[in-house]
Write a protein that binds this ligand. Sequence first.
Ligand SMILES: Cc1ncc(COP(=O)(O)O)c(C=O)c1O
Length: 397
Amino acid sequence: MENGADFLGRGLAMTTPHPLGERIEKAEGSWLITDQGERLFDLVSGIGVSSLGHGHPAIAAALHAQIDRHLHVMVYGEYAQKAQDQAAEALLGTLRPHGLDAVYFVNSGAEAIDGAMKLARRVTGRTEIFGMTGGYHGGTMGSLSLSTPSHRRNAFLPLLPEVAHLPFGHVEALQQVTDRTAAVFVETVQGDAGIRPMSAGFARALRDRCNETGTLLVLDEIQCGLGRTGYFHAFEAAGIVPDVLVLGKALGGGMPMGAFVARQAYMLTLRESPKLGHITTFGGHPMACAACAAFLTALKGVDLAGVRAQGERWKAALSAHPVVQEVRGSGHFLGVDLDGPERVSALVAAARRHGLVLFWFLSRPQGFRLAPPLNASQEEMEAALKGLLSALDEIGN
Ligand SMILES: Cc1ncc(COP(=O)(O)O)c(C=O)c1O
């Protein structure tokens, strides 16, 4: 299929000149099924969204039940809705022990980041905000301001004032965080920079510096959170607790949804002077919330120690392959480097011939991502690893 021509011919916006262009008819479990009836194993989960696979029975049942109850009834925050209560309870049950007891549901990861930026300004009365080099936080003007690399941002300048970037992982640079800084935003594990976890030492130093200066530490776990790393929340492995946690992607169980979570005293600042500090029509949509509650409940039953063990097995097997230069990450969230972008593109094509879907990173052209569903069976994962190693053999010759 001529990918580009086909997208334009159908009047759809193209986001790159070379989309994957698969025609997907159906998806079930860890599998995508094309219009030709071909079954493809999903090694990317729609970029970290379908964390319990496709068509999970509990999520599907919750959605069917909610359709019969009601769809949209009012803009966010005016009516009490059971689905929102259930989603909030399912999420906050995991976060209250960390002092995070209020959630604001929105429509996407980027909107959640923008909401968290506003919250940080409101809570601290300060305007300066730091992101990190390598960080990716979304495509809105606020979240793009926090993101790097510069070539992605520069085409859209001017972005938000008083937003700058600290070098990821450099403890000395944290001295730039001062009592003028409202917040530091960082991904607990950088996703689109190639799956790069914060070291425990950097995480501790960052937490300490934010405490010293009264700066909010905002962890973006939109991609790395909710079981992906083999921990329910990625910050558990980093050994720190954020002031604000931002979630998205898998949160909605396949429905569009984002959230920012903080202690209630902080969240109440959005209610006054002026009220409606953040406002959204569709945030907390009942269908998204119903799927979210079902997803979180099902996630609590997933063997996360098994996900971590599986990740270690894959890391060992891939690291031993002569074409592989480096493997980073944990659980079902791995970044693999080859010797350059051409080799990665060759691998994506070779893996496709083995019925495996792979995908690139935005900011690490020599790498590819692995983020299969957390509940893929042992047999499926073994078969996928075998296929991937064969594809690596093929491009190595
Ligand atoms: C870490 C991180 N933050 C924020 C976002 C933006 O989320 P969304 O695309 O839902 O706006 C993404 C999306 O890839 C992401 O990976």
